[in-house]
Design a protein. Structure first.
Length: 123
């Protein structure tokens, strides 16, 4: 077997709120609690394992999605008043980037992580 990403721990102020936020935006089903974690299965065996923490720095998580999922997630962000930016430095508010022939936006999750959805990965 080669190397596969299995999970990564995502620190959050409220693991339930942060996991539910992303699950709802991306139309994913929340997993259960495993030890101190709330799992969010992403498919292909990979999970985000949300864990309560009082001390962490903002991280970046990028999700490659299809066009339908992008449209749905972007509409949900708009409906909920979630701020979005076209760039990781948050210099282009409310815009969608078109890098690599696709679309992408950055947005904060409830814990302050810099999340991204994109429809085309860099090649």
């Amino acid at each position: 077997m080669g190397v596969e990403l299995n999970h990564t721990i995502v620190p959050a102020h409220d693991k339930h709120a942060s996991a539910a936020f992303l699950a709802e935006l991306l139309d994913l089903e929340l997993g259960g609690e495993v030890g101190p974690f709330v799992q969010l299965p992403l498919g292909n065996g990979v999970t985000l394992d949300y864990m309560n923490s009082g001390n962490f720095t903002s991280q970046h998580y990028a999700f490659l999605v299809d066009d339908k999922t992008f449209d749905l997630a972007y509409q949900r962000m708009s409906d909920r008043g979630v701020e979005t930016w076209a760039d990781p430095d948050h210099a282009e508010p409310g815009a969608i980037n078109t890098r690599w022939g696709g679309r992408g936006v950055y947005f904060p999750d409830p814990a302050g992580h810099n999340m991204e959805i994109l429809t085309r990965a860099p090649s």
